[in-house]
Design a protein around this ligand. Structure first.
Ligand SMILES: O=P(O)(O)OC[C@H]1O[C@H](O[C@H]2O[C@H](CO)[C@@H](O)[C@H](O)[C@H]2O)[C@H](O)[C@@H](O)[C@@H]1O
Length: 366
């Protein structure tokens, strides 16, 4: 993993933001599109991931196989993801601070971000859970009047569409494996048909089968919930007593062992099973930029805001392309390829800033 281990004290938590300063000078003029270089370590009083947890997380990106040790590592990793357990980590505070690099706040540095995007077409990508869900519809509708806007989620695309109900957006469900653009007639539709991309379509029957098996295997565990996300399946631990977590993990492993073409990944108190194909939220971002006509374009400025571990694939793509920025929504330290952070997506109305910016005519291709 080449990620930085970072966090982000955002000093504006809970207070309203001043109007964005649009005429501010660029802080990184020679590398206008490059993320700022990593600031120094320390500061912020946030909690860093321990090396142990990093190892555990790396162990999760695997197929089935292994035995009780693997189950334990899944469960340990799940525990380590919970804030209570992060606080009680055996790592001392000074050790935690040594590993910590502070990410600049997207809010405090909003004028830098906008300066870097000057003259370029912003394209907005928003993760759903933890990012867009607290902001909600009105804001996203306003954003989409300024920039092409996509929602990228681990959830099933239809479900996200039912929550948001905005026909003018691009939707990428199932961690980017189910993409659909706006219908004909939208100002962002280039062709006559909406863009569609389902790179894992051959896995549909297998995923349905796995969903049914997991429902059957977990039905006796109180609180366990299996969610069919069309091209992937989530097994939720959130409402399961901690002493029963191994039982659920064992069920997941026993099913996964039968399907070598599926792999496991982990979210917040959730284990997810998905196809082994090389497709993720980063690939979805690249596909969408291409669909919008920005494949080899230097004057595009993608901004991806997300809070989930799966959003890292998109942050990484932006970093490698040296285009736009990833903004990580997080209060705690994470291994990340994002360039900026937000403690809360609702915090001081980042969306108002974007809205002001685009209506003042600084970024208005459409
Ligand atoms: O890619 P995202 O839009 O961030 O979706 C990630 C997962 O979101 C949902 O899970 C989240 O909400 C659950 C409560 O409804 C919560 O228990 C879980 O911890 C959250 O991650 C969704 O249910 C999952 O399938 C998505 O993968």
């Amino acid at each position: 993993m080449t990620n930085q281990n970072v966090v982000v004290p955002d000093t504006k938590s809970g207070i309203s933001l001043p109007m964005v300063r649009l005429s501010g000078s660029s802080i990184f003029p020679a590398t206008a599109q490059k993320p700022p270089t990593a600031p120094g370590t320390g500061g912020g009083g946030c909690i860093s991931l321990s090396a142990k947890k990093k190892l555990l997380l790396e162990n999760l990106e695997i197929n089935g196989g292994g035995g009780a040790a693997k189950i334990n590592s899944w469960v340990d990793s799940m525990r380590a993801s919970s804030p209570t357990h992060m606080k009680s980590s055996s790592q001392s505070l000074s050790e935690q601070h040594q590993q910590q690099i502070t990410l600049p706040s997207a809010l405090d540095n909003f004028d830098q971000i906008m300066e870097a995007s000057r003259g370029k077409q912003i394209v907005m990508f928003l993760d759903y859970d933890g990012t867009l869900s607290p902001i909600m519809r009105t804001t996203v509708r306003r954003l989409a009047t300024c920039f092409p806007t996509a929602i990228v989620s681990g959830r099933c695309r239809d479900k996200v569409y039912k929550f948001v109900r905005l026909a003018e957006l691009y939707y990428a469900g199932s961690h980017g494996m189910d993409i659909k653009g706006p219908e004909k007639g939208s100002k962002y539709t280039k062709g006559t048909e909406p863009v569609i991309c389902q790179p894992a379509s051959e896995f549909l029957p297998m995923i349905d089968e796995v969903f049914k098996e997991l429902v059957a295997k977990t039905k006796l565990t109180p609180g366990a919930k299996v969610e069919n996300n069309k091209f992937c399946v989530s097994v939720h631990f959130r409402c399961v007593e901690e002493k029963k977590w191994s039982e659920v993990a064992e069920a997941v492993k026993s099913v996964l062992n039968k399907y070598p073409k599926l792999r496991l990944s982990q979210g917040r108190k959730v284990l997810e099973i998905r196809p082994t194909i090389k497709w993720d939220k980063g690939k979805a971002l690249e596909f969408l930029l291409e669909s919008l006509g920005f494949a080899n374009c230097t004057d595009v400025f993608p901004i991806y805001i997300g809070d989930d571990r799966t959003d890292e694939d998109a942050f990484k793509v932006l970093k490698e392309r040296e285009q736009g920025f990833g903004i990580l929504v997080s209060k705690v330290a994470k291994d990340t390829n994002a360039s900026y952070s937000l403690q809360e997506p609702t915090q001081a109305s980042l969306h108002d800033l974007f809205h002001n910016y685009c209506f003042l005519g600084n970024n208005n291709y459409y």
